[in-house]
Ligand binder design. Structure first.
Ligand SMILES: [Zn+2]
Ligand SMILES: [Zn+2]
Length: 293
């Protein structure tokens, strides 16, 4: 509340008083592993648990009189649309590659164990290693290095390592453009420039799919259709393979902010007849995100 919501709330109210056009958007980031694990444990639909969590958080903010223009969550239809559009653009511009990874697989559950689905002892400090990171020493851990690894679904240890294909967003291809933007627009204070330059140089290819059920589906059909229509020299996505996977939470969560903006203008503002408003809902949400706007 104090760290992220209150400063934004103050700025929004300040803009309001000054008569500046601003919207205050927020929402739950709901595609994480903890929610799917909770659903498996309670034998409930992740969607229901998600709805309940979003409702509770929304109520808590309302009780504190936070003046959000919209409070949604990242599982909304609008965010699905936005995420799929952006995925299609990235894939069709050759910025997403397929690679093979070695991932833990539970023999008993007959499924892969991404991220926090596997826990055990950290090879560096003996502390609690979850997925690819140790909570105690903070070091990155390869799942193959975890000792006495345990499946977080069944609690068993019949874990093997198998190959699985995933899609990776190639962040290295944005290097030049990002550096140019950094130098020209100076979006960060002078004393942060070196850190940001360093972060851009360190960026690698990051996987954006996971072997799990909870999350947005990989939009194979629309991508393959566009490859056909535009005769693109790209590998098509195998629908059978990607039916078993979803987009990783860290792909759709940041896009959520754009999704919430879109939801507000398309859902809540589109039906209101307002003489002073002109332009379509589409133009209105874009106005808040396009650098040209
Ligand atoms: Zn450790
Ligand atoms: Zn298991």
């Amino acid at each position: 509340m104090a760290g992220s919501v209150l400063p934004a709330e103050l700025l929004h109210r300040y803009f309001d008083v000054r008569g500046k056009d601003s919207i205050f958007i927020c929402g739950g980031d709901v595609h994480g592993t903890p929610l799917e694990l909770e659903a498996l444990e309670l034998e409930e639909d992740p969607q229901d648990i998600k709805d309940e969590k979003t409702r509770k958080v929304k109520e808590a903010y309302e009780s504190l009189n936070v003046d959000f223009t919209i409070f949604s969550d990242t599982h909304s239809e609008y965010n699905r649309k936005q995420t799929h559009e952006m995925f299609e653009e990235l894939y069709c511009n050759g910025l997403i590659d397929e690679k093979t990874q070695i991932m833990p697989y539970c023999r008993d559950d007959e499924r892969f164990l991404p991220d926090r689905y596997i826990e055990g002892e950290c090879p560096h400090c003996g502390g609690l290693a979850r997925g690819d990171q140790c909570d105690d020493c903070g070091k990155l851990v390869e799942p193959t290095e975890i000792e006495n690894a345990e499946c977080q679904i069944c609690g068993g240890s019949r874990i093997e390592f198998e190959e699985t294909d995933h899609l990776f967003l190639d962040l290295t291809k944005f290097d030049d453009e990002l550096k140019e933007w950094l130098e020209e627009e100076k979006p960060v204070p002078e004393n942060m420039l070196n850190q940001v330059r360093h972060d851009i140089e360190e960026a690698e290819e990051r996987s954006i799919t996971r072997d799990q059920n909870w999350g947005f589906e990989v939009p194979t059909e629309r991508v393959n259709k566009r490859i056909d229509e535009e005769n693109l020299e790209l590998e098509k996505l195998d629908p059978e393979k990607y039916d078993e996977k979803v987009l990783y939470v860290w792909f759709d969560a940041p896009i959520g902010y754009i999704g919430f903006t879109r939801e507000y203008f398309e859902e809540y503002r589109s039906n209101k007849k307002n003489a002073s408003s002109s332009g379509s809902a589409d133009e209105k949400w874009k106005k808040h995100w396009d650098t040209e706007g």
